[in-house]
Ligand binder design. Structure first.
Ligand code: SF4
Length: 509
């Protein structure tokens, strides 16, 4: 009978959380590489290149792939004949592992868990608690699946109770466009069908732990209805033309997972869960022989890519004028240099509250750009830790007051804006740019200095002033209201419908 010692379990989970913060799963990395090689959309190809370069940098530097280092989701399948040598519960051991991993001094990870989520929303400080799922199975070993789940992709999860006669394919194809680019495609979609509403969601979550193997399935052919559905959805979702970061392109999903269970005759529960460009998970087995050390991937698996800035415009943020901004068009690629403000949800709320009270703002936003970001804390000689963009749509309700009253000129974030935000941008002749979600370590290398300007008590949500050098962004909404997240996918959907030749000619969107 295997004896699983408390510290072996805790250290193995903590090590796995560190490991996945900087190593993509090998199968996922290879699928991303294949997507890059076959991508015909220049904008999507550039985004994929940034994701791959970032992945290599994270692997080499042992620093997080993405600034959202996720909630720790841990599945434990414990053999019923295993013996535990511990005074802690599984939840307590997982929490201790998360604490150890997220505060590891050489690679501090971002603490994103908030207590009292419906009220004060106070950061727990060490990313605990873990989200733990526990199962008792035959055997004497303990299998552990560790993942770090970003908020942007979890936020796009869908659960529905379909009518028995409803088409699951139709539902998925209706849902995916509503998810936009907030979940940082390309990634994985996992579908759970049947059971009950919560069981369907669990089936889908389990699917996200599986390796990317759609090419093998294509090669051998489907053996079950679920596998047939995987292939059908893989083709049809990619045919939507959403592409990397929603810029329009050939690959939106690298794989689709489907799992099903019997359900009540009156019901058809379905759950659709995405995993983003920062898909992070690892799997190991404890057999009582000690802690598990995961094997690092060979760096040969990472393509050696160089970013091509030959078509990018250089922009000086310190001398930028509204007239210059109005010459940009959606899809233009820029390299930003100069002083860039930061702010996200909490800071925007405070700023708009201050303006509503008619008080003086702590920061002058006039003709400035703001970057929606919540970076990882720096380590060693870093100015800032990984600092990729956060989901911009959460700031949509602040766009009008920030442009009209605060005098902001530009915003940088990730994924699309809602119609009201686009209209505000058009009305005020401002601009919205995107950086690549999931390329956080790469982006952080453009940041040369950082200082807090306001609300230091908000931690990663404070307003900072970054000094950036050649930070790569793409104009997503221009001063005339042109929006690449609308035109890009539409162009590529049409091109894919017309066939490969048309897709090759659909550039530049
Ligand atoms: S890649 Fe995007 S969705 Fe995923 S963790 Fe990073 S910011 Fe969040």
């Amino acid at each position: 009978m295997a004896t699983i010692r408390q510290d072996d379990f805790i250290q193995s989970v903590a090590d796995a959380l560190q490991f996945i913060s900087y190593y993509h799963p090998t199968d996922f990395l290879q699928a991303m590489r294949r997507a890059y090689e076959r991508e015909a959309s220049p904008a999507a190809k550039d985004a994929l290149a940034q994701i791959l370069i970032n992945s290599r940098m994270a692997a080499e530097g042992h620093r997080p792939i993405c600034q959202d280092t996720g909630s720790a989701v841990i599945f434990v399948r414990a053999g019923m004949n295993a013996r535990w040598d511990t005074t802690m519960s599984i939840q307590q051991m997982c929490d201790e592992a998360v604490r150890r991993a997220y505060t590891y001094p050489q690679n501090i990870l971002r603490a994103s868990m908030l207590a009292d989520p419906a009220g004060k929303r106070v950061n727990t400080g060490d990313n605990t608690p873990a989200i733990v799922h526990f199962d008792l199975v035959p055997g004497e070993q303990v299998e552990v699946f560790v993942s770090a789940k970003g908020g942007g992709s979890d936020n796009k999860s869908k659960v529905a109770m379909l009518l028995p006669g409803d088409s699951v394919v139709d539902w998925v194809l209706q849902m995916v466009p509503t998810m936009g680019a907030d979940w940082c495609p390309p990634g994985i979609l996992s579908l759970g069908i049947g059971g009950s509403p919560e069981k369907a969601a669990m089936l889908a979550k389990w699917g996200l732990m599986e390796p990317v193997n759609i090419d093998e399935l294509k090669a051998r052919g489907p053996a079950t209805p679920a596998e047939e559905l995987r292939l059908e959805l893989f083709e049809k979702v990619n045919a939507l033309g959403i592409g990397a970061q929603g810029l329009g392109g050939l690959t939106t999903v690298l794989d689709v997972k489907v799992a099903d269970l019997p359900s009540h005759a009156a019901s058809k529960p379905v759950a659709l869960l995405p995993n983003c460009a920062a898909t992070r998970h690892a799997h190991f087995v404890l057999d009582g022989s000690g802690p598990v050390a995961l094997e690092p991937p060979s760096l040969d698996l990472y393509p050696k890519l160089a970013l091509d800035f030959s078509t990018s415009r250089r922009v000086n943020l310190d001398t930028i004028t509204p007239a210059e901004v109005q010459t940009w068009r959606s899809g233009d690629r820029l390299l930003l240099t100069g002083k860039l403000l930061t702010g996200r949800d909490a800071a925007h709320q405070r700023i708009t509250d201050i303006m509503a009270r008619g008080e003086k703002l702590p920061v002058d936003f006039r003709n400035r750009f703001i970057y929606y970001v919540g970076p990882v804390d720096p380590v060693g000689d870093e100015v800032v830790g990984p600092a990729g963009p956060t989901t911009s749509s959460r700031m949509d309700r602040f766009v009008e007051p920030m442009l009209a009253q605060a005098g902001l000129l530009g915003m940088v974030g990730k994924s699309e804006r809602g119609p009201a935000a686009v209209e505000s941008i058009r009305k005020h002749k401002a601009v919205y740019c995107i950086a690549v979600g999931g390329a956080a370590y790469l982006v952080s290398k453009s940041i040369r200095a950082s200082r807090v300007l306001a609300f230091p008590e908000l931690g990663m949500e404070a307003i900072y002033e970054f000094e950036v050098k050649d930070m790569p962004v793409t104009v997503a909404v221009d001063a005339a209201g042109g929006a690449i997240h609308r035109t890009g996918p539409a162009t590529w959907k049409l091109a894919i419908e017309k066939g490969a030749g048309a897709a090759q000619q659909a550039a530049p969107a």
